[in-house]
Structures are given as C-alpha cells and as structure tokens.
Design a protein around this ligand. Structure first.
Ligand code: OXD
Ligand code: MN
Length: 614
C-alpha cells in the first residue's frame, strides 16, 4: 500500500484536503505507485513514454501516439452531468442523480489502476491572479502517462502554482481511470465507459478512455461543464466553448476583442489563428488568445472581460495546411514538443501526414502506416491513395502549448483578461444565413446563440437544410438546464454598462452547383472588420428583420477578386427560408423548461419582423 501522505508531502503537496482526496481515490483504484507531476517533469516523462513505446519520435522534439481504435473521440452518449437535484435536468445535459451514477462509476474504477502509476496533476485553468482563480484550480488523478504529457501542454501544471493559491482547499476533484480499453464493450449495451461531472460536488469521474476530450479533465470537463455549472451557481461568470481573438488595427492602435462559438467542424481554430489576407496585412494583425474555451465575467468598469483558461491547443489536424492555418503548422514544427495523435506516421522517416496537409499523398508510400498502424504499402494498390481509405483518423489531433502559436497575444497571460467588444456565432449553413448580420439587442443576441446550429453532415445525419441545434456551441458541454443557463447569460449581460455587440456569421454559403460563395479562411477577417466598424459607428449597414447586414460598399474587399452578384447573394436575406426556420426554432426552444420570457419576446419580435416583410 502506497503511503499517500508521504509521497505528497515529499513533493510539496501538504494541503490536508489534497491528501485526503488522493487517499480516497487511491483506495478505490489501487495503483501500485503514486507520483506528483509538475511541468518541469516533462522531459523525463517524454523519455519514459518513448522507452515504453507509448510515444514514437516524430522529428526533433515532436511525438506521435496512436490510440486504441475504438477510443478516438468524445462519446456524447456516455457523458453525464450528475447532481443531487432533479430540477437540474435539462434537455442536453444528460442528467442523472449522483446517488445513482456515482456507485456505478466507482464500481468500474475499483481496482482498475492495479499495477499502474497514479499521477497526481495539480493544475490551474487561468492565469495566476485571475479574478476567476477560485474556480480554476483542480487536481487530476490519472493512470495514463500520455494524458499527463498532454495535460502539461493544455493546462498550467505544477505544485508551486497550486500551493500559491489563495484557497488551496477549493479545487476540482478530477479522477481519470483509463480502464482496459480492449474490453469495455464500447458502443454495446454492456458499455462500461462513463464520463461523469458531478457538478454540485465539483467532482469529475471519467472511466474508460484515454482520448483527450474524455481524459484531459482540465479542458472539457472542468473548463466547460464544471465552469458552466460554477458560473451559474456563483452568478459570476460564463464558461463557454468560444474562441477568443484580438484584431489589432496598427493604424489607429486600437485592439478589438472578439469571442465566438461555432459548432464542431465550423472552422473555429482556423479563425482564431488567422493571418490577415495580404491586402490587409499592413494594417491589421490578429492576436490569438484561444481556439476553444473562454471564461467571461463582468469587470469593475462595467465591460465584459474574457480569458482563455487553457494553456495549449488540442486541434484537429485534418485539412490543416499552409493556406487554411499556417500558424497551426508553425505550432507543430520541430522542437515545439507537439504531440500528434492518430495521424499517419512513417516508421522510417518519423514524419506525420494527414489528409489535407499537402494537396497530394506522400510520393513514396514506403514506411507509412495509417492511424490504425496498417502499412499503406500492404494495401491493395487501389486503396493506397484513395479518399475512401483514409490514412489519418478524421479526428486526428495535435497538442501544442499556446506559446508555440506565432500569433499568441502578448496579453494572453494577463490575469486581468481583456474587454470583449463582440460575440459571434456561426455554423455551417448552405443558404439563408448571410455572411454576417449584427444583432443590436442583447436578448436577441442570446436568442441567436440559443438557436445556433450547423447543417447535418455525413457525420451527423439529418434533413438537408435543417440545423442540428447546438445552443451557444455548448450542446455537449452544458451542465446547467437550458432555461437557467439562458437566464444566467442574460443576468451577466444586464450587469454590463458597455455591452459587446453580437453578430451571426456564415462562411459556408453555397451556389447552385454546391461551390462556396465566400473564399473563407483569412478573408473572414473582412466580416469582423465590418462588425467593429458598425459597433464604432463607422458603418450603418442595412436593417433587416434578422439584424443589420453590411452594405456592399461598407465591406472592405480590397485585394479580393469577387463579383458584385456574389456579394449581393452573400448579404441577402431570404425571408421565406427564414420563416421556415422560425417554426423550427419555436419547436427547438419549446423543449427548454423555464426559458426566460425575454428570450421568447426576442423570438416573437424576429418572427413578427419577418411576417411584416412583404
Ligand atoms: C471538442 C474539442 O471536442 O475541443 O470540441 O476537442
Ligand atoms: Mn471544442
């Protein structure tokens, strides 16, 4: 039996609440060893992982890992929010009573770390000294060394940081146990995996995966689900799946901060790491704060402040290339310490490759293995370079720390956060949604977020043109029931004397042949510049029933080869299509218990404005 107190004391973790917590879970999972981890252990742990074959070298200071093939993504149906009050049940939070679910997970975790090391990872999901620091501390226990290495990249990990907290008793208890991945019955009625956030106990219990979204508990479970709960319970902040950027106008010296929620596969990481198009690059620069999570609160000056609680980027590699995201490529160059997961890997040259990294496949297939480890050269010729037989997993990832991203903002570490000028929502929509529409009424902004969605794709079946709603892009991350969440969002906005401008953006309109109307990527900056012009009164736009759209003249199109007709189409409002959408929204919103009247009023205002349109 490991002497927990002795191990923790020796590592400098002397807080009795921490010792009690680690003891409790060591008694359940029964590891052979316990080790306390700080970021300074990275080099040693990397070497151990290489020696054990858990990682492969992928170039100088780069690493490759391969998951068990049934463990490559988040599993929403196994993800649960538990509390002790049935009133907390929402439509999307997959609520269960904690008395019912905890014993099941604890049962599965019992003895499941036998023979393994339990790593104790003290972490902070904020810059030290942040006004939200009290919600940011956590201790993850994991029996998986790769998870430790990824946590070191994704969160501020260290005993010193933890001991310096004003209240080191108040931390999220985050327990991760990998389980016997080959025998968990994934996707069958006997599935043993459970990813539970016991929100009212600030305890996270995840069993049965080593995939980042399920296993890096600082990120999604704490950074989003627990934060969503803590924000609402305290009334102090919003924890949202938003990217956060600044647009720096070098001519005026002004910086505009924009946060935004996008359902998955809508280009959030590419937007956040954006390099301005050549024609605008002399004047504008985009600073990167984060691509996935923003915590936002009311500042003393009555403005909304925001920060990214994460310390790194866990990005989808597919289609990341010099055009779509040069800054992401730079963040995974040699010596960055980046870890690739489930890309293709060349066992001879140690290179990694994924679909969309280069226009063509590597010329010589020798040594290349696909994400499952199969040699490409052993496939039948017709399957070697064929989109249907992928080399990399569609959810293959790279993990790299913030400081490797070339456009990381110099203000990223500022505990004071940054004032938010704009909040945008955007999903993939082939028609109806214009390039951008500004929403001046804050309740209509929240309403727009609640009715955010993306069209069905091959991965998520549905009716063409109909949205899979994803409120605020938080559908899989909500801990609060939707009505209470909406009220909390409105309450935060009510306290602001200088409110951010809301807008809805859409980079994905298509023409009759299915081609994209808007070039996207770096050109998206043009829509955001208009948004800030509108906020500052430099543009007036055209009022429509669903918000204000830019006039053609107001959009900065310098250096962009696009014809007038296309621009007209990009900015048009199809009232009939919108009326259909309003009916679908009504059904969507009706599901939510206790939705604030302000949201219904916003809905009815927009519906009436559309009806009044001839
Ligand atoms: C996600 C992620 O699953 O950020 O949304 O990884
Ligand atoms: Mn995300």
């Amino acid at each position: 039996m490991v002497d927990v107190a002795q191990v923790l004391n020796a590592a400098g973790l002397t807080n009795p609440a921490v010792i009690e917590y680690v003891q409790e879970w060591a008694d359940v999972t029964r590891p052979a060893r316990i080790e306390v981890v700080s970021a300074s252990d990275d080099a040693r742990l990397l070497q151990e992982a290489l020696d054990a074959g858990e990682l492969e070298p992928a170039g100088e200071g780069l690493y490759y890992s391969q998951s068990y093939w049934k463990d490559t993504a988040r599993s929403e149906e196994r993800t649960i929010v538990a509390t002790s009050d049935p009133e907390d049940k929402g439509v999307y939070n997959n609520w269960r009573h904690s008395d019912e679910i905890k014993p099941i997970v604890i049962g599965n975790m019992t003895g499941a770390s036998e023979g393994k090391t339990m790593y104790v990872i003290p972490y902070l999901m904020s810059a030290p000294g942040s006004p939200l620091e009290e919600f940011a501390a956590g201790i993850e226990l994991t029996d998986n060394r790769s998870v430790v290495l990824q946590m070191i990249r994704m969160a501020r990990v260290g005993v010193e940081t933890f001991n310096a907290l004003a209240d080191p008793d108040s931390f999220v208890r985050a327990v991760h146990v990998t389980g016997d991945l080959e025998n968990l019955g994934q996707g069958t009625p006997e599935d043993k995996r459970y990813f539970v956030t016991v929100a009212d106990e600030r305890t996270i219990l995840h069993f049965g995966s080593s995939y980042g979204g399920n296993a890096l508990l600082g990120k999604i479970a704490h950074g989003l689900r627990q934060a969503n709960w803590d924000g609402g319970a305290s009334g102090k902040f919003l924890g949202e799946q938003y990217m956060l950027i600044a647009i720096h106008d070098k001519q005026t010296g002004k910086k505009y901060h924009i946060a935004g929620g996008f359902p998955s596969a809508s280009g959030k990481t590419n937007l956040a790491m954006m390099v301005p198009p050549d024609a605008l690059g002399d004047r504008y620069y985009v600073e990167f704060f984060g691509d996935d999570i923003a915590w936002m609160w009311v500042g003393d000056d009555g403005k909304l402040y925001g920060m990214n609680p994460e310390f790194g980027v866990f990005g989808v590699a597919i289609d990341t290339n010099e055009k779509t995201n040069p800054n992401a490529l730079a963040a995974v160059q040699p010596k960055t310490g980046a870890i690739f997961t489930n890309t293709a890997y060349n066992v001879n040259t140690h290179e990694t490759w994924w679909e969309g990294k280069t226009p063509d496949y590597p010329t010589d297939v020798t040594g290349w293995r696909d994400w499952k480890g199969g040699l490409i050269s052993e496939r039948p010729e017709a399957e070697q370079r064929n989109k249907e037989f992928v080399w990399a997993h569609p959810n293959c990832r790279f993990t790299s720390t913030m400081s490797n991203v070339p456009n990381e903002s110099p203000d990223y570490n500022d505990p004071a956060g940054v004032p938010i000028d704009g909040i945008i929502y955007g999903g993939r929509t082939r028609d109806r949604e214009p390039l951008i529409r500004a929403i001046t009424d804050p309740a209509e902004g929240v309403y727009d977020g609640l009715t955010l969605g993306a069209e069905a794709t091959a991965a998520a079946e549905g009716v063409a043109g109909q949205l899979r709603y994803d409120p605020m892009s938080m559908r899989p991350f909500l801990a609060l029931p939707e009505g209470r969440y909406a009220q909390h969002f409105l309450n935060i906005l009510d306290q602001l004397t200088d409110k951010p401008l809301f807008a809805h953006v859409n980079w994905f309109q298509r023409d009759a042949d299915g081609g994209y109307l808007w070039p996207g990527y770096s050109e998206n900056l043009r829509a955001l510049l208009w948004m800030m012009d509108y906020r500052e009164g430099r543009a007036t736009g055209t009022q429509t029933p669903v918000g204000v759209v830019p006039t053609k003249e107001e959009l900065n199109l310098d250096g962009l080869d696009i014809d007038d007709e296309t621009i007209d189409q990009l900015l048009a409002i199809d009232v009939d299509r919108w009326k259909q959408e309003i009916e679908l929204r009504e059904a969507h919103l009706k599901q939510f218990r206790g939705l604030p009247q302000e949201i219904w009023d916003a809905h009815h205002r927009v519906a009436k404005a559309l009806d009044d349109e001839v």
